[in-house]
Write a protein that binds this ligand. Structure first.
Ligand code: SME
Length: 189
């Protein structure tokens, strides 16, 4: 069972993006299969294999971060922050050393956790209050991690490429996070 809690989730797992979200061409009820969605489906298989039979939280989070960092193109930082009271504290990651504590509501991570929203930032230099950890980062995506109704923390990815992340990344990463949390809760996903 995962325990760190503080912020209540507003609705179901969030797919919403804010701050100049990428435009999608046509809305369709059928899932669209793209190279990106296929890649995320493959990552889901790999994540399940990495997690299988292992329930050490730190080890699993570390391998999750390593999987993302070594599999996703154009990503210079991939990792986790976990909520402790009113602040996010750095968890396992791959990339340059990062700021350790982020107050709720501050930076992209703190806003995503406080608002329970996935946030896609096409240009971090235009995000008010963005916290710089690696000067090479130009775009970012932050996905909240929910344990039931509570925010547990966030998954954070940075890229040196402007506009690197889109709604497909948000969907794929949300799916991976859902698989991870379900595993830690000993549930099917
Ligand atoms: N840019 C983040 C801080 C974390 S680093 O990117 C690893 C933010 O604004 O919250």
């Amino acid at each position: 069972m995962i325990t760190r809690t503080a912020v209540k989730k507003k609705k179901a797992t969030v797919k919403k993006t804010v701050v100049k979200p990428q435009k999608t061409s046509k809305k369709s009820k059928k899932p669209v299969v793209t190279a990106k969605s296929t890649h995320y489906a493959g990552l889901a298989v790999q994540l399940r294999a990495l997690l299988e039979g292992e329930f050490d939280f730190i080890a699993n989070v570390a391998n999750f971060a390593a999987l993302l960092a070594t599999s996703l193109p154009e990503v210079n930082w991939a990792g986790f922050y976990f909520l402790h009271g009113e602040e996010l504290i750095l968890g396992p990651f791959q990339g340059k050393p990062a700021c350790v504590r982020i107050p709720l509501g501050k930076g992209v991570c703190g806003v995503a956790a406080a608002q329970c929203e996935t946030i896609i930032v096409p240009n971090v230099h235009e995000f008010p209050g963005h916290i710089v950890c690696d000067v090479a980062s130009n775009s970012e995506i932050v996905v909240p991690i929910f344990d039931g109704e509570q925010v547990l923390g966030v998954l954070d990815l940075d890229s040196p490429v402007l506009g690197r992340f889109d709604d497909q990344d948000a969907e794929g990463l949300n799916e991976l996070v859902t698989i991870f949390v379900a595993h830690e809760e000993h549930l099917e996903a």
